[in-house]
Design a protein around this ligand. Structure first.
Ligand SMILES: C[S@@+](CC[C@H](N)C(=O)[O-])C[C@H]1O[C@@H](n2cnc3c(N)ncnc32)[C@H](O)[C@@H]1O
Length: 254
């Protein structure tokens, strides 16, 4: 019981750190409210700034990709309790995100700057992106995605739940609405600096590679249901007209 209570406290702490780092991200990218942003920070030589920023982004991408793979999870849960696996993933991801905020070096040259209605439109797209990303987490299962459900289930002595395949509203438009939301938020800015562009380009490359790895795992997990879904629903760019019928929600192996 003490161990399960400790797991719950660990899960709650990890969720709190995630929430704070997630809330900081729009302010970091949008250059408002917070002291350290993508365009404000310690001055370095151009080459040194690029090197540091690339290393920071690679650390995040590698951790995210490796720790999300089923083979890694099988090995890792021989070392830590299964109920804490997702919270640990969330905690390490959040700490690496905080490391990016802290150590990011601005790279000043302006790539584009717009004002008036184009700036307002880009700002609206930026917020639509964050809203889409957040809404997508609730459409799959926000509390499972961020590890809280697992530690609460363990405290109640409930059996591990199988991951469910879901196709709620946003997942009928595209297969990766959360990633689509992030892409909009990364690119839609009235003032694009070279540093922001580096951030957007590298994260776009990572997202395009990451969704392919994720889909490989989803096909292995849900088989024909996911294959059928993949044929009917576009990956990231919604179709303007019409959408295919989708199979009902399925549990593992469906
Ligand atoms: C961070 S979420 C991102 C989901 C998706 N790539 C997106 O952009 O909306 C990653 C988790 O979502 C799960 N996932 C992705 N698509 C899913 C679906 N249609 N139903 C249930 N889980 C899904 C993956 O298995 C993974 O554990």
């Amino acid at each position: 019981m003490t161990g399960r209570a400790a797991a719950l406290i660990y899960g709650l702490a990890s969720y709190l750190i995630f929430s704070l780092s997630f809330a900081y991200t729009p302010a970091f990218l949008g250059n408002f409210l917070v002291p350290k942003t993508i365009d404000v920070g310690p001055e370095s030589g151009r080459a040194q700034a690029v090197l540091i920023d690339v290393i920071l982004l690679c650390l995040f991408a590698i951790q995210h990709s490796v720790m999300a793979r089923p083979a890694f999870k099988r090995w890792w849960t021989r070392i830590i309790p299964t109920s804490c696996e997702r919270s640990t993933y969330v905690l390490i991801s959040s700490l690496l995100l905080i490391l990016i905020f802290w150590q990011w070096r601005p790279i000043a040259p302006t790539i584009w700057r717009v004002e008036g209605w184009p700036a307002a439109t880009l700002t609206a797209i930026f917020w639509m992106g964050w809203l889409t990303a957040l809404a997508s987490t609730f459409q799959i299962d926000h509390f499972e995605l961020f590890g809280l459900r697992q530690v609460v289930d363990a405290l109640r002595g409930a059996a591990d739940r199988a991951q469910a395949f879901k196709t709620p509203l946003l997942y009928r438009l595209v297969r990766h609405p959360l990633m689509l939301g992030l892409l909009l938020a990364f690119w839609a800015t009235p003032h694009m600096t070279a540093g922001h562009l580096l951030f957007a380009v590298m994260n776009t490359a990572y997202i395009l590679a990451g969704v392919r790895l994720e889909e490989r795992d989803l096909v292995a997990e849900f088989g024909a249901s996911y294959e059928h879904y993949r044929r009917r629903v576009p990956m990231l760019i919604p179709r303007l007209f019409g959408s295919g019928a989708i199979a009902p929600e399925t549990r593992r192996g469906g």
